[in-house]
Every structure is written in C-alpha cells, then in structure tokens.
Design a protein around this ligand. Sequence first.
Ligand code: ZN
Length: 298
Amino acid sequence: MLLTSRAFRTSGKAPTPLLGIPVYFPAFHVEALVSPKQTEVSRDAAKYPAGELKGSVFPAFFHSPENSPSPVMANVDRAYNHVRQELAEVGLLSDGLYLDAVELVVSGDKSEGERGYVFEQVGHYAKWGYRPGVIYLPRDLPHQPRKPGMTLCDTIRHEYAHAWFFHDPSFFRDDWFVRTFGTSYSNCNATPYNTWRRILKRNPEYQAGKKRCRSERGQLRYFYGHLLSEFITDYATTNASEDFAETFMFFLKYRRSLDRFVNRPGVYRKLKSVERAVAVAGKRVKQLAERTYRSRTA
Ligand SMILES: [Zn+2]
C-alpha cells in the first residue's frame, strides 16, 4: 500500500537520478555479500503499554535492538533479509548502494487494513517520527493476508516496489512505465482498469462468451478470468502504482519461472517488462558499484 495523501505532496520536488543515489555506507564493502540488517520498532512503539499489542502471534512486549529479539521480530528480520537477498540477486541492491538505503520499521501504530506502507510525503505524520521512503509494518502484524497464501515476504516485496519509486522517481518517468502500466506511477486514478474494462465491454467475442454463461455467478467468473489475464491480482486494478507493486512482488517471487504466467498474456507482458526494467537499473547499479570501488581503491 502506498500512503501518499496528495495534499502532502510538495511541489517542485527534485528528482533523484539513479546514479545520484547517495552512497551512505563505506564503499569498500561493495565486494562483500549483502550484510543482513536488523529491523527496528519505531521509537513511538514505546508509548504503547505492552498489553495493547494484539494478534495471535505478536507477543506482548516490544522489540528494541538492545533487547533480545522477539520471535516475531526474528520473523520480520528473516523476511526482510530474504527479500534483500532477492533484490541483490536481481541487481537492485548492493552493500551501501541503491535499495540498500531502504529501511524497514515496525511502526507504533495498529493496522487500519493495510499490511505495510510507504509514505511518499509524511506531512503531519512527521511529528510521530514517520519518514518517507521507509517500509513500515503495522505493530499488530501479522493479521489477515489480503489473499490466502500471501506471506510477510510478499508484503515486503510489494512495499519495496513503492520504496524503489521513492528512492529513484526519475527511473519511473522513463517510457517503460507508461507503456507497461498504462499511465504514470503518480496517477492515483483507476485509469488503466477503467480503460481496460471499457475496451473489454466493446469486444464482441467477450460479449458472446458472456451470453453463453448461464448464471450471474458464471458471468462474474467469466469476467474475473479476463481480469486476471490483465491484472496479476484484483488489488492491482487500484491504480498504476499498485499494479506495478503487485507485479514487482510476483516478479521477485517467481523471477526464475516467469513462464508460469504465459497463459495470462497481459500479466506476462507486464512481468517481462518489469524484468527488463530491473535489468536496466541493475546494470547501472553494477557500474556505480565498480566506479565507487575503483575510486576507493585508487
Ligand atoms: Zn501498495
């Protein structure tokens, strides 16, 4: 989920070019494998009495880096580092570079339906310690997944897509995004879904097939089958940024077997396009890593 109340947007925010991502970690680490990182609970969590923590798995105490890690925080750490390893594999993360800058924090707030979120602009949330571009998980995690079978890793994969945009918006202004997802990342309207639906409704083949369905339920299933050939999940119909985040989540998860989606042509096309975009970004990260390494060792 992307929390980006447009009212919080400041105008004229300078884009950060891919090669301008600050190297905030000693660059001589570039050769090392990606170092595991520890997640944290935001300091705000401390203001809640321990008994307020609910959920079947979340224990009634807080994690802080000084305390011994709780089982849930160990799960979060494991999932976070698992996804970081995937990102390193596809080239989007290297020690001290690019998506290595993305932090994950278990927030002091309960879920209001979201499994995770990234702020583009924090606005008045700043006074509670929220920062933009950070992946937040609600403190009452885990709760019901949006879809059966979805995991904590899936949530983190999805949120990394939003964090990626935050950390390198100019990369998303290239043609590839609009060509793939139908409109710009920042367009919050369900424009791609509405356009697709309008075209589908005018399709005589679709109409004829729909007429052959005997019940309303059958018609709905028929419609849903078409929808899932274009959008990877129903949540992806929300807008272009969520379509990207859901597609990116599946790309990371199934990056070695994307052909499993070949029977869903629209979805497959998006996955392949994301794969190409990741390769382009990954190549630049690699060049940056090599340049940084050379300058450090020269
Ligand atoms: Zn999202």
